[in-house]
Design a protein around this ligand. Structure first.
Ligand code: NAD
Length: 336
């Protein structure tokens, strides 16, 4: 099977490409160049690709020709500006990348007859923030209190309107939780901030330690996208929206995750609360993944402590072993 992945040079993208390759699929990608020290480079992902397009997803003609040239069976669209705080600094870039980028991909998929399944990746942040502690189900109202969250809620509306208007190939949206795993270098995310500080011998500063998030390992999230694509391909499911979140015990505070990370790091490591004032973030964010569990048979394979353990292990081992081997070994272990 040939998968076309947008955002393949990013954190989730690199893991998704390696998982698909481990399962014997052909993969093409479209994204911007990776950031310095990105997992994509460290894990030598480029060598796995049939096509590697470095194209701005807002360039609809270029996206159309890249997808047509690759002639894939499946498209998984993840390219995005994915950070809340960056969206407050760069709201126009965020909305253009996320919304118009999705429009480019929808147009390209509709124009490419080989594509038989399309998964559009959004986020747990698409829901209207009402502090629901037991998980937002897929039919909870959309919302978004910042440009990133609103842009992804708009992506949901656009994608489902596109399906209703143009009857393209089976198309679904996928909403995952706060994803953790080795090799994430994004600013303003908990694990990258913690591990960068600990690796540099500093005491990391943490914002909003009492905020609750649905934590999950990146391989659990991307394997959910693949399972969804397979269900669209074999016709067992027609589309709609799907949550891929952790079991409720994966809903945990930032504090609990940070405590576990420093305890695994050892050597008396600790973290401190950042007392500066920061833009508001939702206090409670959780996902109900019952639909994917019941209808797709999807379930997270790694519980929260294991997911944190694999992430710290990746960081530790990659200081003494090549990251390419460590990353592939974790992919193989996940699928064993
Ligand atoms: N990491 C998480 O916790 C999380 C949680 C929920 C949803 N998501 C979603 O998952 C997807 C992947 O996130 P990630 O964590 O891997 O992010 P990332 O920042 O590591 O990767 C983003 C990818 O998008 C590409 N990209 C950005 N702007 C582009 C543009 N203009 N044209 C082409 N490509 C562009 C980048 O080159 C990169 O490949 C995003 O859609 C994000 O919103 C992530």
């Amino acid at each position: 099977m040939h998968f076309f992945v947008t955002g393949h040079t990013g954190f989730k993208g690199a893991w998704l490409v390696l998982l698909l390759r481990h399962r014997g699929h052909t993969v093409s990608g479209l994204a911007l160049d990776p950031l310095p020290d990105a997992l994509f480079e460290r894990a030598a992902v480029a060598g796995e690709l049939a096509n590697d397009f470095r194209t701005d997803v807002r360039d609809s003609a270029a996206v159309k020709s890249a997808i047509a040239e690759s002639s894939p069976d499946v498209v998984i669209h993840m390219a995005a500006q994915p950070l809340v705080r960056e969206s407050l600094r760069e709201p126009r870039l965020t909305v253009e990348t996320n919304l118009l980028g999705t429009l480019s991909v929808l147009e390209a998929v509709t124009a490419t007859p080989s594509v038989r399944a399309h998964v559009v990746v959004t986020t747990d942040k698409v829901y209207r923030d009402v502090g629901q502690a037991n998980g937002y189900p897929e039919d909870a109202p959309l919302g978004g209190n910042d440009p990133y969250s609103a842009s992804k809620a708009m992506v949901e509306l656009l994608t489902h309107a596109w399906v209703d208007s143009f009857s393209p190939c089976p198309t679904a949206t996928a909403r995952a939780g706060n994803v953790i795993g080795g090799g994430d270098i994004s600013r303003d995310r908990l694990l990258p901030d913690l591990l960068a500080g600990l690796s540099a011998g500093r005491t990391p500063l943490i914002r909003y330690p009492d905020a609750i998030r649905p934590w999950q390992h990146v391989l659990d999230a991307v394997s959910g996208y693949v399972l969804l694509a397979e269900a669209l391909l074999d016709g067992s499911h027609a589309g709609g929206a799907w949550n891929f979140g952790p079991d409720p015990h994966g809903f945990a505070t930032v504090r609990a995750v940070a405590d576990e990370v420093v305890s695994l790091w050892g050597g008396g490591a600790s973290w401190r609360t950042d007392t500066e004032s920061h833009p508001r973030e939702s206090h409670v964010l959780t996902l109900d993944a019952g639909k994917a569990r019941e209808q797709l048979g999807w379930a997270p394979r790694l519980d929260l402590l294991t997911a944190i353990g694999w992430t710290v292990e990746w960081q530790r081992r990659c200081t003494v072993e090549p990251s390419a081997g460590v990353t592939r070994e974790q992919v193989a272990r996940f699928d064993a």
